[in-house]
Design a protein around this ligand. Structure first.
Ligand SMILES: *[C@@H]1O[C@H](CO)[C@@H](O)[C@H](O)[C@H]1NC(C)=O
Ligand SMILES: *[C@@H]1O[C@H](CO)[C@@H](O)[C@H](O)[C@H]1NC(C)=O
Length: 403
């Protein structure tokens, strides 16, 4: 869930330059910013409301993707640029696929709202340990806990952590890990802080040093660099992801997995073009996993219960599977979901089966999303009555690590 105060940023960046940056917006309904792109990029119409600077645009196949927000809809687009064609002939880096290591759900709530710091119980909430117990009893073994950096580190990215927010946030995390599950620490900030793209890698390293210190003795915690970077240069994301790894390892948190996210809202669909540079990341502990996200509706936005097709899940992930294998990397699908209908059900099954068949490179997947405040949200996985939970629980359970 994206705080609405975060997104005038790309506009400010756009207006400060003569030409729009790579992957920046360059047109669309209501757009008053720059309409030409930096050298090597062209402005491509992605929809009536969005045009974007994409590389090698003349022969690109363009597609668009959007991301839901609690109160607004932010649209981004990206392209499957026709770069050099690559043929996959390499073999898997790992052992033969036997199934997932992890299957679980996001646990949204602590990142909700736009008020900073906001009021507990009004603007934001923490995950329900009772609901988590229901899911864990069924065999789900990984949960991702979004939070807002401005609440965790008030004042600045490198600021001292809020003891009160951290204490509340830690309750469901410690609950999960004490029962043997894995808990993902997710700064759900889209690579922004107070609306500005984070560019200070040193400050970001400090943020991660501070946070990792709080969990360094818990090997079942997983550190997720940041939720869904977008509309920024991949070189900045590479620097931030590396700074996170360095900050985490530097304080002695050496036993945990680290999940690194990429550009274009960490989209699996576009990973092989927009996030390819992240293959340069280095983790001295060798426990780095690439976290990607994938939605099944027409624009990859996760805002509709209608799926593009019954094969859309596989269609949008095969490129990422190939990227992982060709580069000897491991991946996890940190967010996915589908509506409660037959087309989506078939697409979800196909997606999970493809991932399971390639579980030498795909370690698991997490549904978006459980959480106490979803109400009738189309993908709610909150037991006992969430729409997604009642419709998809049996399907997902067939892919549990224990299944
Ligand atoms: C933490 O949770 C308690 C309730 O258990 C609440 O009273 C308090 O306001 C919360 N504080 C924060 C910062 O979330
Ligand atoms: C990238 O992935 C997409 C699927 O998401 C695929 O169609 C495309 O061929 C891939 N491109 C390269 C260069 O691997």
């Amino acid at each position: 869930m994206k705080p609405s105060n975060l997104f005038p940023v790309s506009l400010l960046i756009a207006l400060s330059n003569a030409q729009q940056v790579a992957y920046g917006q360059c047109g669309g309904q209501g757009w008053t910013g720059l309409t030409t792109c930096v050298s090597g990029y062209s402005c491509i119409v992605q929809s009536t409301w969005y045009s974007q600077c994409v590389p090698g645009a003349a022969s690109s196949v363009t597609t668009s993707t959007t991301k839901a927000s609690s109160s607004t809809l932010t649209t981004i687009t990206t392209s499957k640029a026709s770069s050099t064609s690559k043929t996959s002939t390499s073999t898997a880096p790992g052992a033969a696929a036997t199934g997932f290591k992890w299957l679980g759900a996001n646990e949204a709530g602590a990142e909700f709202g736009t008020a900073i710091p906001g009021v507990y119980g009004t603007d934001f909430i923490f995950a329900s340990t009772a609901a988590i117990d229901t899911l864990m009893a069924e065999g789900y073994n990984i949960f991702r806990f979004p939070f807002m950096m401005e609440r965790m580190a008030p004042g600045s990215v490198s600021g001292t952590l809020s003891a009160a927010y951290l204490a509340n946030y830690s309750v469901p995390i410690n609950h999960v890990t004490s029962k043997g599950g894995y808990a993902i620490i997710d700064p759900h900030n889209f690579g922004r802080y107070n609306g500005a793209v984070i560019t200070d890698a040193a400050a970001f390293k400090t943020f991660w040093s501070n946070l990792a210190s709080a969990f360094k003795d818990n090997s079942k915690v997983i550190f997720d660099t940041n939720n869904e970077f977008h509309d920024e240069d991949i070189s900045n994301i590479l620097a931030l992801d590396q700074a996170a790894i360095d900050g985490i390892r530097g304080v002695g948190a050496t036993s945990q997995y680290i999940f690194a996210e990429g550009n274009s809202y960490s989209a699996a669909w576009f990973w092989n073009t927009t996030s390819d540079a992240l293959k340069a990341l280095v983790d001295p502990q060798g426990k780095l996993i690439y976290e990607m996200h994938l939605y099944l509706d027409s624009d990859n936005s996760g805002t509709s219960s209608t799926c593009y097709s019954s094969t859309v899940g596989v269609d949008r992930i095969v490129g990422a599977t190939e990227w992982l294998r060709n580069n000897g990397k491991l991946g996890v699908l940190g967010e996915f979901a589908g509506g409660n209908n037959d087309v989506c059900l078939t697409a979800v099954k196909g997606l999970l089966q493809h991932m399971k068949d390639n579980s030498d490179v795909w370690l698991g997947a997490l549904w978006w999303a459980a959480g106490p405040w979803w109400g009738s949200y189309i993908y709610s996985f909150e037991p006992p009555s969430g729409v997604g939970y009642t419709y998809y629980d049996a399907t997902l359970k067939a892919f549990l690590p224990s299944a």
